[in-house]
Design a protein around this ligand. Structure first.
Ligand code: AMP
Length: 631
């Protein structure tokens, strides 16, 4: 008899090594591993020790014999009108050319390559080329601006930076070169080479001796044959920066073998994607979903993957479904915000195209509200599956795994705990497990399963202190999310326990935005909070105190400053981080020990009770917040 999800899960925890040794057969190994798990230095887990493999081999080369002439990469840009398919054999060639360019310019095993690119095929070539030669890629979301880029360059210290002249979003060209030059102007570290893909969207001046033109370089390496470099399972495949409570983003570091196995297993058990089919994830290569489920996961499973540059509503609200019909997409992955954007449009778009090829639509990255889940599931007549995870874990923690058992989905819940994760809901202070339907912090008892972060890049101590020391007396991994579990084992996510906010599925640290706002010369201090929003889930709202108290009496000056502050955030972090509103106040509500009462500010913004105010230093400061909000 087939195993239930619960039995499958129990086996993954009770016979961890047996379970993962079995999953490890889903990928190719050059040399077999000697040990499934080395957990001699908790909480650091080393998976498949001694085994050698390669992500690019598993994503591309492995399929050449059986799927060589089948589509691997389908590129569609509704921004530029470009549309093109590469077979596995063609993708293989392009990746070898890109790898040859990197090697020719001194990039080798263990060197970092920073990729700051729009959604273009060359970004995929670059990522796979790094994997091929054992270079460590660090992709920075193309919507981030100079300061974000600079912080990541200095942390990753890349030998090469790969970029393009510009990205395009909803018809607006975003020139990358000025952002890169500004970022490099701020950096202590300088890459040796900057490889530029010229899309002819924006003119730029190459820096002689440093900048390389991709088209010219590609021509020079057109016949390149670059074999894969076999890597020990625990070598580093990539770092991906993510926001936390401090202003400094953390480089989430991942391995090679564990990640490949975890993705292959998730494609088999959770996403149920099969070789020769097409996968369509609408995320961006700059986010973890882009790494796991635009690039590596589908390709490892032998599926074609669609790389889409564009929005869900241009040229019209049928574009996603038109692509599903055209490319016979079987598995799709998107974010709740994209669906809420579509919900504002005519629902007739959902039935205009033939989406019968689609088995499931997976949604993740932020809470999926029940009405939105129901609207899309009923409108499309397809199964909609929520799944909960994080940049740190690399693949879903909670969902359903329909290839194991046909667990019914419950709208409003991301589902049940998945294999590999020993999830416990703990009381924040006592560390005790909470009962059914009680709120607790979602934690994972280590060792974390394969595919999860190995450490924080360059900072093992920070990995331990950030993730494993937040619950008193228990060395457990904290997700920093509140959750509860009902009697049937379905989880519900109840928001973050820290100052991280989630705007349209993009994770942002309020501290980073505060630091950016504080860099405006007129600002003395500020507080940024996440406020519920019906479209984006949350938006950032800022309260800033000006150095010059007289400015408050000048409405024109205030208005101008609000605009300037938003522009500062745009310029330093990117428009994704721009607050929806900037309110100017003369003081922030603080405790007597000087801590800003962010929770109370947030509550007022959401028209809720500000909570316990016994520690407040100056109650009148809250009235200012109320006034600013017009309450
Ligand atoms: P990121 O690391 O950017 O993927 O963000 C991860 C965070 O997004 C999680 O810690 C949650 O706060 C939130 N999140 C991700 N998926 C879901 C989901 N399915 N439901 C609710 N929140 C989610």
């Amino acid at each position: 008899m087939a195993e239930t999800l619960e039995q499958f899960h129990a086996r993954s925890i009770n016979d961890r090594e047996g379970f993962w040794a079995e999953q490890a057969r889903l990928i190719d190994w050059n040399e077999p591993f000697r040990q499934v798990l080395d957990y001699s230095r908790p909480p650091f887990a080393r998976w498949f020790v001694g085994g050698t493999t390669n992500l690019c081999h598993n994503a591309v080369d492995r399929h050449l014999a059986s799927l060589g002439d089948k589509p691997a990469l389908i590129y569609v840009s509704t921004e530029t009108g470009a549309e093109r398919t590469w077979t596995f054999a063609e993708l293989h060639r392009e990746v070898m050319r890109m790898a040859a360019i990197m090697q020719a310019h001194g990039v080798g095993r263990g060197d970092r390559v920073l990729i700051y690119m729009p959604m273009i095929a060359e970004a995929v070539f670059a990522i796979l080329a790094c994997a091929r030669i054992g270079a460590i890629h660090s992709v920075v979301f193309g919507g981030f601006a100079s300061n974000s880029l600079a912080a990541r360059i200095d942390d990753a210290t890349p030998k090469m930076l790969i970029s393009a002249d510009a990205g395009s979003r909803a018809g607006k060209i975003i020139e990358y070169k000025p952002l890169i030059e500004r970022a490099l102007g701020m950096c202590a570290h300088q890459p040796d080479k900057v490889l530029m893909v010229d899309r002819h969207l924006a003119a730029f001046e190459p820096v002689p001796g440093r900048d390389l033109d991709y088209a010219t370089e590609r021509e020079a390496h057109i016949d390149a044959e670059i074999p894969v470099t076999w890597l020990e399972s625990n070598e580093v495949s990539y770092t991906l920066y993510t926001s936390g409570t401090t202003g400094k983003p953390k480089g989430v570091q991942r391995d090679v073998g564990g990640y490949a196995v975890a993705l292959a297993a998730s494609m088999a058990h959770i996403f149920d994607g099969r070789p020769g089919e097409t996968y369509f994830a609408t995320s961006d290569i700059g986010w973890v979903v882009g790494h796991s489920y635009i690039i590596y996961g589908p390709l490892i499973a032998g599926m074609a993957t669609i790389v889409y540059e564009g929005t869900p509503v241009r040229p019209d609200a049928g574009i996603l479904w038109q692509l599903v019909e055209k490319y016979r997409v079987t598995v799709m992955f998107s974010a709740p915000t994209a669906i809420r954007v579509l919900k504002k449009q005519d629902s007739a778009w959902l039935t205009k195209y033939d989406t019968s090829s689609l088995r499931s639509l997976f949604l993740a990255g932020e809470p999926l509200d029940e009405p939105t889940a129901r609207w899309i599931a009923e409108g499309l007549g397809r199964q909609v599956i929520d799944n909960y995870w994080q940049t740190e874990t690399g693949w879903p923690i909670l969902s359903v795994a329909h290839a194991i058992e046909n667990t019914p989905v419950r709208h409003g819940s991301p589902g049940k705990v998945l294999y590999g994760y020993d999830v416990r809901l703990l009381h924040e202070q006592t560390g005790e497990e909470v009962g059914a339907n009680e709120k607790g912090v979602i934690t994972i008892v280590p060792p974390l399963p394969p595919g999860c972060m190995q450490t924080v890049w360059g900072d093992d101590a920070r990995f331990v202190s950030t993730y494993f020391e937040s619950i008193p007396g228990r060395m457990v991994y904290s997700t920093f999310d509140w959750g509860l579990r009902d009697e049937d084992g379905y989880y519900f996510i109840l928001g973050r326990t820290d100052d991280v906010i989630n705007v349209a599925g993009h994770r942002l640290g309020t501290r980073e935005i505060e630091e950016s706002i504080s860099s405006h010369p007129a600002v003395a201090e500020c507080a940024v909070v996440g406020v519920a929003d019906s479209l984006k889930g949350q938006v950032a709202v800022a309260f800033a105190v000006l150095k010059d108290p007289d400015a408050h009496a000048q409405p024109d000056r205030k208005l101008a400053l609000e605009g300037e502050i938003m522009a500062v955030v745009d310029k330093s972090l990117g428009a994704v981080a721009r607050p929806a509103r900037v309110h100017l106040v003369t003081a922030l509500p603080k405790t007597r020990s000087g801590k800003v009462l962010r929770r109370s500010i947030q509550a007022l913004c959401e028209d809720r009770d500000p909570g316990d105010l016994t520690t407040i230093e100056e109650p009148a400061t809250l009235d200012q917040i109320r006034d600013a909000l017009g309450r």
